[in-house]
Design a protein around this ligand. Sequence first.
Ligand SMILES: Nc1nc2c(c(=O)[nH]1)N=C([C@H](O)[C@H](O)COP(=O)(O)OP(=O)(O)OP(=O)(O)O)CN2
Ligand SMILES: [Zn+2]
Length: 136
Amino acid sequence: MRLTAYRKAHFNAAHRLFRPDWSSEQNESIFGKCSNPHFHGHNYELEVGVTGEVDPETGYLIDLKILKDIIKEQVEDAFDHKNLNEEVPEFKTLIPTAEHIAYVIYQKIKPKLDPKYDLSIKLYETPRNFVVYSGD
Ligand SMILES: Nc1nc2c(c(=O)[nH]1)N=C([C@H](O)[C@H](O)COP(=O)(O)OP(=O)(O)OP(=O)(O)O)CN2
Ligand SMILES: [Zn+2]
């Protein structure tokens, strides 16, 4: 039996959307208030989906306690109450949009899982703005 198991998580983080190679006016015209030089914050909600075959002996797809620990170590400890632009190395070269944050979370979690699983990252930046990244 193939299915997807999910684990939810949460982190608060500050960010600023801007390109240092653009003028303030260019940044303001594309990123609007999200380019505010003094940063702003979001309450990010994360849903990590792991897809694969259920083990008939245990009834587990994956031990969700193990998934919880991976998310804590790779995402919550790294991002929670952080300024993403200034404190998280991955965003020294990537603008911390929801798209890029979901991509980075995928890249951090995927190597920690058995390769037999497919991984999907759903990230809510606001209650109504969210992205999904499943690799490629
Ligand atoms: N494609 C993207 N567009 C936008 C992103 C993003 O990461 N990817 N991010 C932002 C802002 O950072 C932020 O998400 C917008 O916040 P806010 O202005 O509060 O959003 P809304 O006005 O849409 O608030 P709602 O309450 O959800 O209506 C902008 N765009
Ligand atoms: Zn924002």
